[in-house]
Ligand binder design. Structure first.
Ligand code: CIR
Length: 264
């Protein structure tokens, strides 16, 4: 087990699909607009690159409206990349599509074969453990299969029963450093972060929890000033990125990239 839970040399992103308006959403708050989504996506990639990382931006996949949310298709650890088995049927092909790219960076690529389901958005890797949230997209069989795969490298899975109404585990939390987690109150009330230092999102700013620590930056969605101030006050360098269009599809900063340091 050799985790670098927030230092990365590479990220994979995927350009938003022309079909983005057909993406999944829990509540209809309007149709995402492709041109604005693409501008936000370019800003996001630039923020990743500004930390010195190489960003590989894959071609849009119009057959998969949600494919811009590339995080859900795989989990990238230092030793191995694991292709997920998404719980959303419309997203199944995204996992198949990401595999060839992963093989260009990894000597070892494993696949969740099923029958369980698991999506990358439900997985949070820390220096000590791998959290897996049981959600509408990730079930116990999927989490257990991941656990069996990663145990070969000494990783331990910690399952968390998610409060209902949260799409993914990382919809409501993010790793800030070795011991600090940003979380919504509703998720931390599940007591999963009792052994960590927790910074809570400000009241009414729960959507800011879907941010990422990427090298020297904490990349947060624009529009949540009180939570951004809390993170900044704790000593982290903040970069704000527009997220209005991804938010219409329940997406945030973590969903938009796979972050890793390749083994070859
Ligand atoms: C979905 O429902 O699958 C997409 N519209 C949003 C996925 C967001 N991904 C993530 O939280 N990791």
């Amino acid at each position: 087990m050799s985790v670098n839970s927030y230092t990365f040399s590479h990220a994979i992103t995927r350009a938003p699909a022309a079909t983005i308006a057909n993406g999944l959403r829990t509540v209809d708050t309007g149709t995402p607009e492709l041109s604005l989504f693409s501008r936000h996506h370019a800003d996001y990639r630039a923020a990743l690159e500004s930390t010195g990382a190489t960003v590989v931006n894959l071609a849009a996949l119009d057959a998969y409206p949600d494919s811009v949310f590339v995080e859900d298709a795989a989990l990238c650890l230092p030793e191995v990349a694991i292709v997920m088995r998404p719980g959303a049927p419309s997203r199944f092909g995204e996992a198949v599509a990401i595999a060839p790219t992963l093989t260009t960076f990894y000597d070892m690529v494993c696949h969740i074969e099923g029958p369980g389901f698991i999506e990358g958005g439900d997985i949070l890797v820390t220096e000590r453990e791998i959290f897996v949230g049981r959600s509408a997209r990730t079930d116990i069989a999927g989490a257990n299969e991941l656990g069996r795969i990663v145990s070969q490298w000494g990783y331990k899975i910690r399952m968390v029963e998610m409060p209902s109404g949260i799409l993914h585990f990382k919809t409501d939390c993010a790793l800030l450093d070795e011991e600090t987690i940003l979380s919504t109150l509703r998720l931390s009330e599940a007591r999963c972060f009792d052994n960590y230092k927790v910074i809570h999102t400000a009241d009414g700013e729960e959507a800011c929890a879907n941010c990422i620590r990427f090298n020297n930056l904490v990349i947060v969605p624009d529009g949540y000033p009180r939570t951004a101030e809390k993170i900044s006050h704790a000593g982290f360098e903040i970069r704000m990125i527009g997220n209005s269009e991804a938010a219409k599809l329940d997406g945030g900063m973590s969903c938009l990239s796979l972050r890793f340091s390749p083994t070859k």
